[in-house]
Design a protein around this ligand. Structure first.
Ligand code: NAD
Ligand code: GLY
Length: 369
């Protein structure tokens, strides 16, 4: 992947924090992205063995002028370790290293590292600054932006967490060159999401640039990351704590989270579950009469072309409903779904169980007798 000199900037403004998202190839080892961050004696890079092995030394070198000490922590890798025990490893490191309340945490990795580091930053000494350095497409277009931080609970995904904004987000597109193809596809799910919920021009653009995106073309990736971040920044700026509007960013997630926790964390990638969940959610939107079947089929085709599954694993209907009642959008036991009200516009609605189960059955692998 070529190093490009231009850096794109997206501003995020929430009641809690104003910050920039920097997007460009080669940012991680450059000097400029790290200037002007909170001053601190100690910087801690939180990562995992894979990402730290690839980029930890370069980031530590770039941060050296800004901290007297930079230490690196490797968390166990995978969604199945996004839990309380792993979170505690971050606190153990911060305390063992004598980190004070000015210490800056740098989350170097995908959404798992980012969500856990952000939550640790929110809690340690009641809050220390943190910087997101996302290295997956999914994290660059979604999870590093907007301040949702969390760990999973065995009974439900992202159930324990906090809204806590980063001081900056540095998206180095060059890091995507080492990302496995399956992970790139998982990230594309969250890029595709922004089209039907907010920007049909983006959906048209993805349809015509999907091959370039899947091939790792840096210009195509730069546009996808920038436009995704612009949409997310606008939504989060209007509704930081998900009083209403922000829920649209969860399109496909009610079904997707049920797949993830139903199968056991780490079986399907988060983006894969969201991709399949969006196929189900757009078909639910069609079943509710909000969009036509042709639009639903168009979106399902795009998800499939991105290399994502569009058929859900076999699971009893009662289990689906049980898992989806745990969704954070549910109210008084009533499941609420993000639906496409019209192409480019989303809303949140309840739906009759029978209709939901019909959509699930039509999109699931057959159950073995
Ligand atoms: P991930 O963090 O598990 O990363 C995917 C895999 O890619 C990991 O094995 C990682 O080590 C590896 N990896 C990361 N960067 C790499 C690189 N540049 N080269 C090679 N390998 C690399 O998965 P993800 O898809 O980034 O994030 C998923 C998580 O994000 C889920 O837990 C989900 O709940 C969360 N999420 C949070 C938000 C939010 O708003 N906070 C939004 C969406 C998703
Ligand atoms: N990824 C959903 C949100 O940030 O609200």
């Amino acid at each position: 992947m070529e190093v490009q000199s231009t850096t794109r900037t997206v501003h995020v403004a929430t009641p809690q924090q104003r910050y920039d998202i920097l997007i460009g190839a080669g940012l991680l080892g450059a000097a400029a992205p790290w200037q002007g961050l909170p001053a601190a004696d100690h910087g801690v890079i939180v990562s995992n063995a894979t990402v730290d092995g690839l980029y930890g030394a370069a980031l530590a070198a770039a941060l050296a002028p800004h901290h007297r000490r930079v230490t690196r922590l490797q968390l166990p890798e995978g969604e199945q370790y996004k839990d309380w025990a792993t979170l505690n490893l971050i606190f153990d490191h911060l305390l063992a290293e004598g980190c004070d309340r000015r210490t800056v945490l740098y989350a170097l990795g995908g959404g798992v590292v980012g969500d856990m580091s952000g939550f640790a930053a929110a809690c340690y000494m009641r809050g220390v600054p943190f910087v997101q350095v996302p290295t997956t497409l999914l994290a660059q277009v979604d999870s590093s932006v907007g301040g949702k931080t969390a760990v999973n609970h065995p009974r439900g995904k992202n159930m324990i967490g906090a809204f806590y904004q980063p001081a900056r987000v540095v998206c180095d597109l060059a890091t995507l060159a080492t990302l496995p193809a399956r992970e790139l596809s998982a990230g594309l799910a969250e890029v595709i999401k922004y089209g039907p919920i907010a920007d049909m021009a983006l959906m048209d653009w993805i349809e015509s640039h999907l091959d370039a995106l899947r091939a790792g073309d840096v210009d195509a990736l730069a546009h996808a990351v920038q436009r995704s971040c612009e949409i997310k920044a606008a939504v989060v700026g209007a509704d930081e704590r998900e009083a209403g509007l922000r829920a649209i960013l969860n399109f496909g997630h009610t079904f997707g989270h049920a797949i993830e926790s139903g199968l056991g964390y780490g079986q399907w990638l988060h983006g894969e579950a969201v991709g399949c969940g969006m196929a189900m959610a757009v078909e639910l939107s069609a079943a509710l009469g909000l969009v036509d079947a042709a639009f639903a089929a168009r979106l399902v085709r795009l998800i499939e072309r991105a290399g994502l599954p569009v058929r859900a694993p076999a699971m009893a209907g009662s289990r689906w409903l049980e898992l989806m009642r745990l969704d954070k959008k549910a109210q008084a036991g009533e499941i609420r779904f993000v639906v496409i009200e019209s192409p480019g516009r989303a809303g949140v609605r309840a739906a009759p169980d029978a209709l939901v189960l019909e959509v699930i059955a039509g999109r699931s692998e057959p159950r073995r007798p």
